[in-house]
Design a protein around this ligand. Structure first.
Ligand code: ATP
Length: 241
């Protein structure tokens, strides 16, 4: 992990989200500093994905979301991408009817620096050579792991300052999970700030500078990844100890 500085890149205060009568987030607050990997861990339905959806602007939220000091709340989701926020969604969310190459191009839809876009596509292919082999294949026919690789690379094509990753390990074989976490750490070493939502608490805590535990729409614990890995409550509830 790279060294983190103290300036908050993302600051979330008192976040509330309702789905009809369901009060999914009940006043969540946390921050992510530039250069950090921060993870949100918690059980099914705790509100992790909803938190990312609120930050990227897909879920309507009350409370304050600041990115680089600017209030994001009034800004629509597509404009948040050009401010430097990109999300790799849960369940991969690739455009199934488009090829791998077209998905990567879509990730850079708001950019006009064609030569740099081509360089970034090449970088995706270096990160995951499998995607290069599959460049012309329809994304819907990729394996789960390949779709996950593509979803991460598509988010990277936006050249984000903050990468939001929703469950990058979901449904993947341990070897691919390890590879994906290695790449997350490598991106972080090169300067990328990452907010990670994970049910695989062990991998997430091992790979994070700091983490927050979310339970039924509230932050119930926070600390350094390594400290939470050794915490008895976390071990019992999330690490199967
Ligand atoms: P998981 O790890 O299972 O993905 P999560 O922590 O990401 O869980 P969320 O997906 O954020 O949890 O869901 C939080 C709560 O909001 C859950 O009770 C869920 O049923 C509810 N919820 C999520 N999306 C919707 C929706 N579109 N409509 C109604 N309720 C929703």
């Amino acid at each position: 992990m790279s060294n983190s500085s103290n300036s908050p890149l993302l600051e979330v205060k008192n976040l509330n989200v309702f789905y009809g009568s369901i009060h999914a987030l009940k006043g969540i607050s946390f921050h992510v500093n530039k250069g950090e990997v921060v993870s949100l861990i918690g059980a099914n339905g705790a509100g992790k994905t909803t938190t990312l959806r609120a930050i990227s602007g897909i879920a309507e939220a009350q409370g304050e979301i600041r990115f680089k000091g600017n209030l994001l709340n009034p800004i629509p989701a597509h404009d948040r991408v050009s401010l430097g926020l990109a999300q790799s969604p849960e369940g991969r969310g690739v455009f199934a009817q488009m090829s791998v190459y077209e998905n990567l191009e879509m990730g850079a839809y708001f950019r006009s620096d064609r030569a740099e876009i081509l360089k970034d596509i090449e970088m995706s292919f270096q990160l995951f050579p499998r995607l290069k082999e599959r460049a012309k294949q329809l994304s819907g026919t990729l394996s789960g792991g390949e779709q996950q690789m593509l979803a991460i690379c598509r988010a990277l094509m936006a050249r984000p300052d903050l990468l939001l990753l929703d469950e990058p390990s979901l449904g993947l074989a341990p070897k691919i999970v390890a590879q994906i976490f290695e790449i997350i750490l490598d991106l972080n070493k090169k300067g990328m700030t990452v907010l990670l939502v994970e049910q695989n608490a062990k991998m997430a805590l091992k790979s994070s500078h700091r983490a927050y535990v979310i339970e039924t729409g509230l932050v119930t614990m926070e600390g350094r990844g390594q400290d939470l890995l050794n915490d008895d409550n976390v071990r019992r509830s999330y690490l199967g100890a």
